[in-house]
Design a protein around this ligand. Structure first.
Ligand code: ADP
Ligand code: MG
Length: 243
């Protein structure tokens, strides 16, 4: 099993607030790692540190064995290896669905427009959104927007795809279609880190689950272990509350 990303004693402070206290874990190639935990436990900050939307205060992030926080490391290149899907979709409102999926390819990856379009159509088809290429985000439902956001991230050929509560902003009837899309992706062997409150989804899709509490990994394990036989009192309480 090969590690794509290793976190070593990662810390993040916002002023006096120690949000991530000492996080060490590994994201393995082809695996799905889910992160669960109460609101405010530091889950989003952890994802944002992994893709360097936030600069860690201390510790190391190794990408394929190299510390990306060392001086001189090629950060723009590192960022292109990671995709991110946000709770609030973050589509470009002024662009149609196809343009949302091609713009990063042509500007960042320097692909030719024709090639970018072909790749975009392939991924839009996979998420069931190829009938909507000319639609603007405002014309789509939340579930459709999120599926476009997933297709857009896939167009950049990420090594790792990060999801921050991808269904939390959706109406209940749309949650299923987005979870199904993510589940299908997991079966293609894509490496993913997913923050979610959907526990039955987490149990089904994960190779490993992390339970975060107050900026620490309180417990980490295989989904059946963690959900059926949580060892820590904090995990037991959290699972009781959320069920
Ligand atoms: P979660 O995603 O688990 O709900 P977050 O990572 O969003 O938790 O937040 C954890 C803590 O970090 C909270 O106390 C929050 O107020 C704080 N925090 C997050 N982002 C910032 C920021 N940009 N500036 C200051 N504090 C922040
Ligand atoms: Mg969050």
């Amino acid at each position: 099993m090969s590690a794509i990303i290793e976190l070593k004693h990662l810390k993040k402070n916002f002023g006096e607030n120690e949000v991530l206290k000492d996080i060490s874990t590994t994201v393995n190639k082809g695996q799905v790692l889910t992160i669960i935990g109460s609101s405010g436990s530091g889950k989003s900050t952890l994802l944002r540190c992994i893709n360097l939307l936030e600069k860690p205060t201390d510790g190391q992030i190794l990408y394929k064995g190299e510390n990306v926080l060392q001086k001189g490391y090629k950060l723009p290149e590192y960022r292109t290896h990671l995709g991110m899907v946000f709770q609030s979709f973050n589509l470009f409102a002024n662009m149609d669905v196809l343009e949302n999926c091609t713009t990063g390819q042509t500007t960042v990856l320097k692909r030719k427009p024709e090639e970018a379009k072909e790749i975009a159509l392939k991924h839009l088809k996979n998420v069931g959104m190829d009938q909507f290429v000319s639609a603007k985000p405002a014309q789509l439902s939340g579930g459709q927007m999120q599926r476009v956001a997933i297709a857009r991230a896939l167009c950049m050929n990420p090594d790792v795809l990060l999801f921050d509560e991808p269904t939390s902003a959706l109406d209940p009837e749309m949650i299923g279609e987005v979870l199904k899309t993510i589940q299908d992706l997991a079966e293609t062997g894509l490496t993913m880190v997913i923050v979610t409150h959907e526990m039955s989804f987490a149990r089904d899709v994960s190779d490993r689950v992390i339970f975060m509490d107050q900026g620490l990994i309180a417990e980490e394990g295989e989904p059946t272990e963690l959900f059926d036989h949580p060892k820590e009192a904090r995990t037991q309480e959290f699972l009781k509350r959320i069920r």
